[in-house]
Write a protein that binds this ligand. Structure first.
Ligand code: GDD
Ligand code: MN
Length: 397
């Protein structure tokens, strides 16, 4: 293992994290990345089973990326001392990106050619780790996914019919939205997989919550993908850390991935704009009913639509681009552009009717389309574009 990469640099190392370290000739071996959030009662047994399962050759290392509030790091250090392979803990003060964010930070520090991601609660059988990597070497695949949906696999440990239904719906949704990227991935919700280090770099990863495999499959587009069946076991100790909020994060994650190319972003922008008619009209109805003069009501109701659009655009369409300005700054600019759109439309219609001899209806339609495109371009440029020089973050999908 290269001394540069192991032990991992601390987060405040002045050289920064190795996120963009070139993938060139990582030494043969396996870096296991295990995200942990309050798993003190699991890590000992996990390391014991890993010690029994991992081969001496190729070499292995285990890196826990920990966001715990309990004594998980101490438990790892204690159990790690007896292991035949190096065990390290990267404890994060801020759990940026949740589970997925933890895995990405771990990947940046991986020293070996193969990265295996698995959970700490023994729902992912440790004896399968060498098999995943072996399958990748045998088939030449960049990514090997442990799947619950192949013959020989099962989701025995997925608690309750509700979790099974949610998991099935999430899988269908993801596969429907990304048919090409997820071709050959029967279980895109799996949290257990092996990926070549060289297949990870190059794309800007911005995972949000649990679905790190989805992020990698869509943004990195591994050339070939293999699958190995596995039985999703019961949790060894403790309870799942997944909450209903994680479900919402998943939907936002899907939207961000889907909106990663310019055309999709524009379509998303348009759909959100259309949905904005609902709060706009609802507010108009409410205001005129309490006796507000209708023109005043129009202007106020328009702001209800603007707020609604801003919230959805922020969470779904431009989620990964909102860090360049403060929220209030973004809202101000967004509202200004949305209202300018309204003001611009009238003279534009007059122009189309007066100068181009168009009828009112097609003139209005053309003005709507024109101001929509202008507003999209202006919003992207004036609200969500980074101010300094920036790295390319384009994604195919
Ligand atoms: N560092 C870090 N930060 N780790 C986390 C966080 C976090 O915010 N949240 C959860 N973890 C860790 C847990 O400690 C555990 O090791 C692993 O991530 C999975 O969390 P669980 O709470 O056990 O998830 P689950 O069993 O409901 O879901 C798992 O299985 C599903 C089916 O394969 C996950 O792997 C899902 O991604 C997967 O879809
Ligand atoms: Mn679990």
């Amino acid at each position: 293992m290269s001394e540069d990469l192991w032990p991992p640099r601390s987060l405040d190392d002045p050289r920064g994290p190795e996120v963009d370290a070139p993938p060139v000739s990582a030494p043969a071996g396996i870096t296991l990345i295990i995200p942990t959030f309050n798993e003190a009662d699991n890590v000992g047994e996990l390391l014991r089973r890993l010690a029994a399962a991992l081969p001496a050759d190729p070499p292995c290392e285990v890196l826990f990326v920990d966001d715990s509030t309990d004594d998980t790091p101490a438990a790892i250090e204690k159990a790690g001392a007896d292991c035949p392979f190096p065990v390290a803990v990267l404890h994060r003060e801020r759990a940026v990106g949740g589970l997925g964010g933890a895995v990405v930070e771990g990947m940046a520090r991986a020293g070996y050619e193969w990265i295996v991601v698995m959970d700490a609660d023994l729902q992912h059988p440790p004896h399968l780790v060498p098999e995943l990597v072996g399958e990748g070497i045998r088939t030449g695949a960049d990514l090997v996914v442990a799947s619950r949906h192949l013959p020989g696999g099962s989701r025995a440990g997925l608690a309750g019919g509700y979790r099974v239904a949610v998991s099935r719906a999430a899988t269908l949704l993801a596969k429907g939205l990304f048919p090409r990227a997820l071709r050959g991935v029967g279980d895109p919700m799996s949290g257990f997989f092996a990926i070549r280090r060289g297949a990870v770099t190059g794309a800007a990863l911005a995972p949000l919550g649990y679905k790190i495999l989805l992020e990698l499959a869509v943004r990195c587009r591994p050339r070939t993908i293999a699958e190995v069946p596995y039985v999703f076991e019961d949790r060894h100790a403790g309870a799942s850390k997944s909450t209903p909020r994680e479900g919402l994060r998943f939907l936002a994650h899907l939207a961000a991935l889907r909106c990663a190319n310019p055309l999709a972003r524009m379509i998303g922008f348009g759909l959100v704009g259309l949905s904005g008619f609902v709060p706009n009209l609802a507010a108009l109805w409410l205001l005129t009913h309490v006796g507000v003069q209708y023109l005043v009501a129009e202007v106020i109701a328009n702001q209800a639509g603007v707020l609604w659009n801003f919230w959805l655009i922020e969470t779904l369409v431009f989620r990964d681009r909102r860090h360049h300005r403060r929220r209030l700054d973004r809202l101000g600019r967004f509202a200004l552009l949305a209202n300018a759109d309204l003001l611009l439309r009238i003279p534009l219609i007059a122009l189309f009717v007066g100068r181009l001899d168009m009828d009112v209806l097609p003139a209005t339609a053309l003005a709507l389309v024109t101001t929509f495109v202008l507003r999209f371009v202006a919003t992207e440029a004036l609200v969500y574009l980074p101010r300094g020089p920036r790295a390319a973050t384009t994604t195919r999908s």
